[in-house]
Structures are given as C-alpha cells and as structure tokens.
Design a protein around this ligand. Structure first.
Ligand SMILES: [Fe+2]
Ligand SMILES: [Fe+2]
Length: 321
C-alpha cells in the first residue's frame, strides 16, 4: 500500500475511535478549509493544509513523499536518531524495512502537539465534567506545552530518516484514541470488588502481562488494593499529553472514583490524594503498544503483506476479530 493511503486509513480509523462525534470532527475540518480559502499571501503560503483533512496535529508523515510502497514497517514508540540508525543497521543485515511508524510525535507532529489537547475537554465531558470548566483549566496548559516544545530541536529524527532514506510517519492521538476506547470498553465499563481485582483485570490484557513479566506492571499510585473503585475512567490515555492538575478536582466533583492513566505527574498525584481519587498507572509503553496493535490489526486486514519489526518499547500482539 502507498504510504499516503496507509496514513489516510490510519487517520480515518483514529476518527472512528475519537471521543468526539464524526459530525463535530467534520465540522472542525470544514472550518479549516474555509479559513484556508480566505487567507492570502504569506499566511496562505504558511497554512498547514494537512489540517483540512487530518484532525490530528500530532500525527503525520514526517519523511518521504507518501508515494512509497510500504509493506514492512519498523514500529517504535520513541523513534529518534538512534532508532533510525538501528533501522539502517537492520536493513544492512537483511531485514526488510520500508518505513518507520513512530508513536510519540517528532518533527512537525511534535511542533503542533499542543493543538490536539483540546480533545481532553471532550474526554472529560463524557465522564460528566462541564466543558466550560475543562476549557478554562486546559488553555494555560496548552500554551505552556506550546512554549516548552517551541525551543526543542524538533527535526532531528526526520532529518536522520531523510538522510538514511526511510519514509516515516507519526501516529500519536490516532492510536491513543484506540487504546482509550479499548480501556473504556474492556476495563472501565465493568464492576470490581476493589482495586486489587481491577489490577488483575488489567493484567489479563496481554501487553500489560508482557510488561509485568519484565518488571513493569500496572501499579496503584493512589489508593489501596482493598479500596473500592467507584466510577472508573480512562481519562488519561488520549489528548496529546498530561492535562492540568485541576482536572483531578473536576473529575472528583463529577463523581469519578478511579482514574486509569499511562503516566501521572507528581503534582497530579498530590491532587489525587487531596481529592480522594484512586489512580492506577497502567504501564506507559504497554498502553501505547495496545493502541498501535489495534491500528495494525485493522491495517493488516487491508494490506495482507504487512509485516512489523518491533522496536523501542513496542510489542506486537495480534487480536482476532
Ligand atoms: Fe500514547
Ligand atoms: Fe505515550
């Protein structure tokens, strides 16, 4: 399959799993199209046309034309220059690698990471937090992420990929949407006697079991094994990066008892303690692997020749369905 087609399918799959409705996503894209039409001169020239069809600012092709035929992917959760060199070594030794699939954004996908965070408002709305509260709390955090990333050396990975002749694309919120949806269905929507039983259920998922075997199990970072869970919400799986600490209080007030997260900051943890919200930190790399696996399962049905080299934290688990 051509890279451009593969990536466009990934975007469509991400949209199907999105916490926002299809209609609202289409409306958002249409607004971008209309905006582009009205621009002139330099502003028009600098407009990112990707925004007119892809709602995920942290997911895009960062190296290559899109015309490359892609069947053998090297998949990594963090792909930087060292992984690009690894891919080149493997290729030299005979492993077929046509393209790099990267989870954590690089290049422009990283530069625009803040813009995908608005989705967190919709994730929280689904557990009962008013959108106006979330929006007001989120705005300063988005600005902070924008400023922090702005000073980074953003284009190292894409340049390394270009120099060594690898097309590369990032799928970040696309696959985080898939794991968010999966965790809501598989874990949050069930009842457990206590947090211990909840942990056991999480460990039934093969990616978590694999990471647990290696010494990186899901852990309770706030609450006790015998404590009751209350309402469970996987509110920290998608939306670019960590939201503001104020989200803890909002969720507590909305009736959330236990938050499932991939990673919690110390400040968030302090807030969780203050507002008596249990937190389960599900292994980060295992969580990211689940999202990528769900995407690959769908893509593999459409591109029968698709093969994968696992790298940089990614473990391939195939699900039948
Ligand atoms: Fe992720
Ligand atoms: Fe991640």
């Amino acid at each position: 399959m051509k890279l451009q087609k593969l990536f466009a399918r990934a975007v469509a799959i991400g949209m199907e799993a999105d916490p926002r409705s299809k209609k609202s996503l289409e409306k958002m894209l249409k607004k971008q199209k209309d905006r582009y039409q009205k621009l002139e001169g330099k502003e028009k020239e600098l407009f990112d046309q990707e925004r007119t069809w892809n709602p995920y600012s942290d997911s895009r092709i960062i190296a290559g034309t899109g015309e490359e035929d892609v069947t053998h992917l090297m998949v990594g959760i963090d792909v930087e220059t060292q992984e690009v060199l690894l891919a080149d070594r493997l290729r030299e030794k005979g492993t077929k690698i046509d393209c790099l699939l990267i989870h954590h954004p690089e290049g422009r996908a990283l530069a625009d990471l803040d813009k995908v965070m608005a989705l967190q408002v919709d994730v929280l709305e689904l557990v009962g937090v008013p959108v106006n509260h979330s929006e007001a709390n989120l705005r300063p955090r988005m600005d902070k992420v924008w400023r922090a990333i702005h000073a980074d050396n953003l284009f190292r990975t894409e340049r390394a990929a270009e120099l060594l002749g690898f097309p590369a694309f990032c799928c970040h919120t696309i696959t985080d949407n898939l794991v968010w949806q999966f965790m809501e269905k598989t874990i949050s929507n069930h009842e457990y006697d206590d947090l211990g039983e909840l942990l056991k259920a999480i460990l039934e998922i093969p990616e978590y079991a694999e990471y647990a075997r290696k010494g990186n199990p899901p852990i309770i970072v706030n609450g006790g094994r015998s404590g009751r869970t209350g309402k469970i919400a996987a509110t920290e799986f998608t939306g670019g990066t960590n939201g503001p600490e104020e989200f803890l209080e909002s969720q507590s007030r909305a009736g959330v008892g236990t938050i499932l997260t991939m990673h919690a900051t110390e400040k968030t943890l302090e807030e969780a303690k203050k507002h008596h919200v249990n937190m389960v930190q599900c292994s980060h790399m295992a969580s990211d692997s689940i999202g990528i696996n769900l995407l690959l399962d769908i893509l593999a049905k459409e591109e029968k020749r698709l093969t994968v080299t696992e790298a940089s934290g990614f473990v391939r688990v195939k699900r039948k369905k």
